[in-house]
Design a protein around this ligand. Structure first.
Ligand code: ATR
Length: 275
């Protein structure tokens, strides 16, 4: 009897060659005894929707979407989570924020509830993580951006759309040059690291025992993390966020929670040895 083809999944982005997602999902699948195909798909900058439709026509069951198509994916989805699974529809979910929170709270053991949290940047990366951060119940969540108005618009929109999730959190926005106070957790969601730059911060922004988190990762500390370490902060890059968001996607697709520690350790050691 012919065997059914393995379920097909993919990650869409542009560029995509560097993606570690196929490797992560291959390890998860092996761990869970599942057989599946997971491919990198380079979508043209003006052809994301068509690429997704072609993938669905091929039988694609699920896809991760990365830069620069995240907002387009949001627009393309017929329904957004939480939603029941419905055949023939594209169901969208944002796994970044949950991945970030799981990495910080569970893997790094850094509480967010009751803490002062500063998020740097007001682009797509920030938009994806604000709600899961708010749902942790921080004492304060300040979004600071080089262009203050972008942060102010984003926070105003969240205040309007998600009033119930904000609770007692002091949730506000400002320009990078107007950050006041000290913070227990500072998350860099700007793209400054990709240009080897550090967002300009006040000298005393790191509270005692603060954690600095960069959504970007690499062999060496990002410029932001190096800056934070010099000022006494504990530092953490975004590799754990990547692994945890992948685990969440795997769970949505396969209804089984993969174990993430071994994958994280393998990727970290590969990164260190320059593979
Ligand atoms: P992403 O989807 O990765 O968030 P984006 O939407 O282009 O990318 O947003 C990039 C974010 O990084 C913006 O908040 C940007 O600030 P501006 O809104 O002022 O452009 C921020 N950013 C980029 N380079 C920066 C730098 N060198 N210093 C500080 N912030 C920077």
């Amino acid at each position: 009897m012919a065997q059914a083809a393995p379920d097909l999944y993919a990650v869409f982005g542009n560029p995509i060659a560097h993606s570690k997602s196929p490797r992560i999902h291959a390890i998860f699948a092996q761990q869970c005894g599942h057989t599946l195909r997971y491919e990198k798909r380079l979508a043209p900058l003006d052809g994301f929707a068509a690429s997704v439709q072609a993938f669905i026509a091929e039988g694609g069951r699920g896809a991760n979407v990365t830069v620069p198509f995240k907002l387009e994916a949001h627009a393309l989805a017929d329904e957004l989570a939480p939603a029941a699974r419905v055949d023939g529809k594209i169901l969208g979910d944002n796994t970044d924020g949950a991945g970030l929170v799981t990495d910080i709270v569970e893997r790094a053991g850094q509480a967010i509830a009751g803490r002062r949290v500063l998020v740097l940047g007001a682009g797509g990366a920030t938009r994806g993580v604000l709600l899961p951060l708010l749902q942790q119940g921080p004492q304060q969540l300040l979004v600071a951006n080089r262009t203050a108005s972008t942060a102010q618009q984003m926070v105003a929109q969240f205040q309007h759309d998600f009033a119930a999730s904000i609770g007692h959190t002091a949730f506000a926005a400002c320009g990078l040059d107007h950050i006041a106070g000290q913070f227990d957790l500072i998350i860099n969601a700007t793209s400054a690291s990709l240009q080897a730059q550090v967002p300009t911060l006040p000298e005393n922004v790191f509270a005692t025992d603060a954690m600095a988190y960069d959504m970007v990762y690499g062999k060496d500390l990002t410029p932001f993390l190096a800056y934070a370490q010099q000022r006494g902060a504990r530092v953490r890059d975004g590799l754990g966020m990547l692994v945890e968001q992948a685990a969440r996607a795997f769970f949505i697709w396969r209804q089984i929670q993969p174990e993430t520690h071994a994958v994280y350790a393998a990727l970290r050691s590969e990164l260190q040895s320059g593979q």
